[in-house]
Write a protein that binds this ligand. Structure first.
Ligand code: URA
Length: 227
């Protein structure tokens, strides 16, 4: 972790205050003064600021039920940021793991542990995401085979990874994908001549959404370890 971030995570200092303290020569790593804010420090390093040993707060891991008409962004835009629903200390330290469109609802994971979020989002992990998809037309018979084979999305030249889809209602399907391309679900159904009219994420890896819209809760250790 960067030294300025380490200091923010162990004190009440803002990023700019931490940088000023580093530039002023107040930070030491394993006894040596470090004046470079981006210097990498490890949890095991002895980091002091003005002679005080710093111990970072533990990482945080949350699930949130994203309501419709909210943005997966730290700031408001055309719609309000979902951080408005997050009544928690230092929300700006958290980032979203796998964004959803403004009109998509469901499971969003938030953390300040970059290594954990990378584990979930790196393509080689093939982390399964389950979506409940409302469709304009009933699920066509060939769609499951086409999704299982992988298909080309408009403007791309690499087929999608094999995905599983099954009907869960007359115009509803459960889709499992292991990637996170831009607007992937909507574009997959567009590629087979259908149209997504509602989209809801139910699950990421072993983590299942179980809080009402607009609510959040910390993840259990089993959920954190099990993705
Ligand atoms: N795929 C989409 O098209 N939209 C989302 O919000 C998530 C996946």
């Amino acid at each position: 972790m960067r030294l300025d971030k380490f200091i923010c995570k162990s004190t009440e200092l803002s990023r700019s205050e931490a940088r000023r303290a580093i530039a002023a020569g107040e930070a030491r790593v394993n006894g040596e003064p470090v004046t470079h804010e981006a210097a990498q420090v490890h949890e095991n390093n002895l980091v002091t600021l003005a002679g005080q040993r710093l111990v970072p707060r533990p990482f945080r891991y949350l699930m949130m039920h994203k309501p419709t008409g909210t943005l997966c962004s730290n700031v408001d835009g055309v719609y309000p940021s979902l951080f408005r629903w997050l009544d928690i200390d230092r929300p700006d330290e958290l980032h979203i793991v796998g964004r959803l469109d403004a009109d998509t609802t469901g499971l969003v994971l938030l953390t300040d542990d970059g290594r954990w979020s990378f584990t979930i989002t790196r393509p080689e992990q093939h982390c399964a995401k389950v979506y409940r998809v409302g469709l304009r037309d009933p699920l066509a018979e060939q769609t499951a085979a086409r999704f299982a084979q992988g298909l080309l999305l408009q403007g791309e030249n690499k087929p999608t990874q094999p995905a599983r889809v099954e009907a869960s209602g007359p115009r509803e399907a459960l889709l499992t994908i292991t990637e996170g391309r831009f607007h992937q679900v909507k574009r997959m159904f567009a590629a087979v001549g259908n149209r997504v009219v509602s989209l809801h994420r139910e699950q990421i890896g072993g983590i299942r959404l179980n809080v009402p819209p607009g609510q959040w809760r910390p993840l259990s250790q089993a959920e954190i370890d099990g993705v």
